[in-house]
Design a binder for this molecule. Structure first.
Ligand code: NAD
Length: 273
């Protein structure tokens, strides 16, 4: 089953639902990629720091799904920011994955203390012009960081991948993204299961005959976000894809919004360097 697509501001299309490879052991990654593609996913979220780009590439090559049907994202890690090192990091990612280019390259974190994200962004712009990457975006950027790169280069990232789940709903960033034509992509979308027992989630799950995880993933789609849950099990991958036959009502969406708690599971981008 193919998933719906979101239009990117550079004319490309992003499958809205994908799967992530954080903490997937390198020796299991090719299998997970093959199983994900067989289940119907067409978006894979990788990163150099996950240590499994080679497995990502192996999974792609050993799957019957054609390369041009799959959207592959990877990311430049923090200690590779800067012109020369970002160029080298991108070359190394492409070599590990075994592709001449990827669909989307992200700056993994802004790392404000390093003071290099603007230079890194300019390097990604150049790499896009050279055809090494099809689209370029960012991750964990705050409004102020986005304003710097957009103001200085005029190039708007196609997306910003940020921590987003029912206990951290990111209303301010989502509104800024919407105004700028930036897709919001949710990482740790299930919020480490902290909301699986919450009443608004349970209520939809009972009404629609869905699991709490499916309800939360559906909520992301209805917010207009792209979402990249992780599961290393074929059954989990299939469960997380099976969210296109029900929807939350307006009242149910409103009930979900009451779960906001300003609670991060990961680092604060202001402090992570
Ligand atoms: P997630 O929210 O997808 O949760 C993963 C956990 O939930 C795993 O323990 C998994 O076994 C469990 N799970 C998955 N499906 C389930 C289901 N249907 N029912 C019950 N439990 C289920 O978390 P994540 O991996 O932290 O985030 C998803 C992806 O986001 C990552 O794999 C990675 O690609 C990306 N990510 C990016 C950043 C970043 O800084 N850009 C940071 C973290 C994660």
């Amino acid at each position: 089953m193919a998933t719906a697509g979101l239009a990117l501001n550079d004319g490309k299309t992003l499958p809205q639902l994908g799967f992530g490879l954080w903490q997937v052991p390198e020796d299991q990654t090719a299998r997970v990629v093959r199983e994900g593609l067989a289940a119907g996913y067409r978006l894979i979220d990788g990163a150099a720091i996950y240590g499994n780009e080679a497995g990502l590439g192996e999974g792609l090559r050993s799957s019957p799904v054609a390369r041009d049907e799959v959207f592959v994202t990877t990311k430049v890690w923090n200690d590779r920011q800067g012109t020369a090192s970002t160029r080298k990091a991108v070359e190394e990612s492409l070599a590990r994955i075994g592709l001449p280019s990827v669909d989307l390259m992200l700056i993994h974190w802004p790392c404000p203390e390093r003071g290099m994200f603007l230079e890194t962004w300019k390097t990604l712009i150049a790499l896009r012009e050279e055809g090494k990457v099809a689209s370029i975006g960012v991750s964990n950027f705050r409004v102020a960081d986005l304003e710097v790169i957009i103001g200085e280069t005029g190039v708007v990232p196609v997306l910003n991948q940020i921590e987003l789940h029912p206990r951290l709903q990111q209303a301010e960033l989502r509104a800024f993204h919407a105004a700028q034509g930036i897709v919001t992509q949710s990482w740790t979308p299930l919020g480490q299961g902290r909301c699986f027992e919450a009443a608004p989630v349970r209520a939809v799950a009972a009404r629609a005959g869905k699991s709490p995880a499916q309800v939360i993933l559906r909520w992301h789609l209805q917010l207009g976000c792209s979402v990249i849950p992780r599961s290393t099990r074929a059954a989990g991958l299939a469960e997380n894809l099976d969210i296109f036959d029900f929807s939350l009502t307006e009242a149910e969406m409103a009930a979900m919004s009451t779960l906001e708690a300003g609670e991060r599971t990961g680092p604060d981008p202001a402090e992570f360097n």
